[in-house]
Design a protein around this ligand. Structure first.
Ligand code: IPE
Ligand code: IPE
Ligand code: MG
Length: 224
């Protein structure tokens, strides 16, 4: 059985779910939050130490302002409401991506990270204003500035994921087979699962099926 330390998820399909079921994309984003809670629980139940969730990409700024505002309001309210509870459950929250939001949201994110920084049961990396290309460019620039050797170990040193193992599993819901600028370096050897279901319809059973499938997959890493 393969060990499982890190799951990364592209939570896609909220907008389509919302339009189909409630005639509003934003209603889909709201519904997607319940899936996040279910998946966190199941991650803990399976004793997985890292969960990386793609919540907002560097490209998502192209969306209408109204949708962007809704998303960040939702995040703000979620954190205000749940951070105590996450902390009690010994969950650490880390933001990956550049925090260039309103002062109010930046402060709340910093506070949430600080409050939970000692927790060891599960680390949730929330990817916000995250883009893999930007992350890699930053790392290369640091190496050039410091005149350090360009090798795998040094590149990793300046990535947002420097302190964690690479994802074992990458899941994308929403019936779309692309990576959308997510963890391009880190998923070099991840097992990838593209799920037909839209994110709000995805549940712990679907997730557990993937975990089971992953555990019995033969991982070669180039070997035979
Ligand atoms: C959620 O899904 C991902 C976010 C950017 C928050 P989408 O909003 O992309 O949903 P679809 O793909 O339009 O259905
Ligand atoms: C990827 O989903 C980003 C997140 C899930 C946050 P998108 O829906 O933005 O991806 P594209 O633009 O369709 O590739
Ligand atoms: Mg989408």
């Amino acid at each position: 059985m393969n060990p499982l330390k890190h799951v990364a998820i592209i939570m896609d399909g909220n907008g389509r779910w919302g339009l189909k079921n409630k005639n509003s994309r934003n209603a889909g984003h709201k519904a997607g939050l319940s899936t996040v809670e279910k998946i966190i629980k199941e991650t803990i139940r399976n004793n997985i130490k890292f969960l990386t969730l793609y919540a907002f990409s560097t490209e998502n700024w192209k969306r209408p302002k109204k949708e962007i505002n809704f998303l960040f309001n939702l995040l703000e309210n979620f954190l205000k409401e749940k951070i105590e509870d996450l902390n009690k459950q010994k969950i650490r929250l880390k933001i990956i991506g550049r925090k260039n939001f309103s002062n109010k949201l930046n402060n709340l994110l910093n506070l949430s990270e600080k409050k939970t920084s000692k927790n060891k049961r599960l680390q949730i990396n929330l990817a916000l204003n995250y883009g893999s290309k930007a992350e890699l460019i930053y790392s290369f620039k640091e190496l050039a500035k410091k005149k350090e050797l360009i090798n795998e170990k040094n590149i990793k040193k300046y990535l947002e994921t420097k302190d964690m193992p690479d994802p074992d599993i990458l899941i994308r819901t929403g019936n779309t087979k692309r990576l959308s600028n997510f963890l391009l370096w880190q998923i070099a050897y991840s097992e990838i699962f593209f799920e037909k279901k839209l994110w709000p319809d995805f549940n712990e059973k679907d997730y557990y099926k993937i975990i089971k499938k992953y555990k019995s997959t033969k991982r070669n890493f180039g070997n035979i």
